[in-house]
Write a protein that binds this ligand. Structure first.
Ligand code: GLA
Length: 383
């Protein structure tokens, strides 16, 4: 058993957001190549995950899932071997119901066989969806079943539960053995969706912690509205919105699963996805959740997310969800630092990659619409 599975939020790429049903061996292999060549792997991304639509419509005579013969003519072991030869890890997808969301056979009442099949193929990560669940069977039980099957299949497989936040999932999911849990509906490549998903989890952040993180869904950074799936593609976002999206997911401890075509990323996308200072916050070994402090005169739209990091630093994100420029002032009193302590905060700007200076009592700034600032703050003595 690898006790490091799920210690920090997983990082990788998933086929769904851009390619959906349009997947095949060549795509997955070239995505693995791109993961290395672009520097994403060096930045910490390691999983290549095939989402829905990978199998034949029927199980074989032994009740086993069968990869689609046209999309994956050499089977899944060959794909896994290729991904592993690059030093990466391989993820696949199934569903707790009778069928996957796209209507392919799923794992209900086949949990132990399927876990064994995935282990034989060399799978390292299983995303486990929630469509076509028999109405009278509790989802909680089905996640417990697959959790047990995966823990006993002979291979370390990260368990990514995906029930979209139904049935108060945050209250029981850790008990199933899942390493991450989707707590939201599906993301779309637009600003409203980013805001809504993040906002829906404020107050539930404390339920995510090492070994079982709150997953706010895959990233849309760098998609610019391009996908064969029109619903996901939506309108696309600006680079500023992608920067804010990535900052939110990082500071909120969500898995960082890229959804754009990593074989064709522009510089802005690369700079966002490979920002090592932001990634370091997401991957902080203590995995503590952030809390929210609202801007007093614009509480709905301007707020800070603050979380303690393992080395004594604090991650501070200042966000403007509004459509107008907004003041954002963080009173240090609100995060536990009174001026009378003789201490202030030395702020390092994680997007500008430079020191902002030492501040006492408060930090005040203006944030552009849909933008953010993210600081790594050190507590320092001041005269
Ligand atoms: C659900 C999930 C998505 C994706 C699709 C595939 O909608 O939430 O992330 O896996 O199914 O059909």
């Amino acid at each position: 058993m690898n006790t490091k599975l799920g210690l920090t939020p997983p990082m990788g790429w998933n086929s769904w957001n851009t390619f959906s049903w349009n997947i095949n061996e060549e795509l997955i292999k070239t995505a693995a190549d791109a993961m290395i060549e672009t520097g994403l792997a060096a930045a910490g991304y390691e999983y290549i995950v095939i989402d829905d639509c990978w199998s034949e419509m029927k199980r074989d005579e032994n009740g086993r899932l069968v990869p689609d013969k046209n999309k994956f003519p050499n089977g899944m072991k060959a794909v896994a071997d290729y991904i592993h030869s690059k030093g990466l890890k391989f993820g696949m997808y199934s569903c707790a119901g009778t069928h996957t969301c796209a209507g392919y056979p799923a794992s209900f009442e086949h949990e132990f066989t399927d876990a064994e099949t995935f282990a034989e193929w060399g799978v390292d990560y299983l995303k486990y969806d929630f469509c076509y669940k028999p109405a009278h069977i509790p989802g909680e039980l089905l996640y417990k079943r697959m959790g047990m099957a995966l823990r006993n299949c002979g291979r370390d497989i990260l368990f990514s539960a995906c029930n979209w936040g139904c049935d108060d999932v945050h209250k029981w999911i850790r008990e199933t053995g899942a390493h991450i849990f989707r707590s939201t509906g599906d993301i779309q490549d637009n600003w409203e969706s980013i805001k809504n998903l993040a906002t829906s989890q404020f107050g539930k952040q404390g339920y995510g912690a090492p070994y079982c993180y709150n997953d706010i869904d895959m990233l849309v950074v760098g998609m610019y509205g391009k996908s064969c799936n029109e619903w996901v593609a939506s309108k696309g976002c600006t680079d500023v919105e992608y920067k804010t999206h990535f900052s939110l997911w990082a500071i909120m401890n969500s898995p960082l699963m890229i959804g754009c075509d990593i074989r064709n990323m522009n510089d802005a996308t690369k700079n966002i996805l490979m920002n090592k200072d932001i990634i370091a916050i997401n991957q902080d070994p203590e995995g503590r959740a952030p809390y929210r402090i609202n801007q007093w005169n614009n509480p709905e739209r301007s707020f800070a997310l603050v979380r303690p990091l393992a080395d004594g630093d604090y991650a501070i994100g200042l966000f403007n969800f509004g459509d107008n420029k907004s003041e954002m002032s963080l009173q240090f009193w609100d995060i536990g630092l009174p001026a009378a302590s003789g201490r202030g905060l030395s702020l390092y700007d994680c997007w500008e990659h430079k020191d902002e200076g030492v501040f006492t009592e408060r930090y005040c700034t203006q944030i552009e619409p849909h933008d953010c600032k993210v600081f790594r703050a050190k507590v320092v003595k001041v005269k």
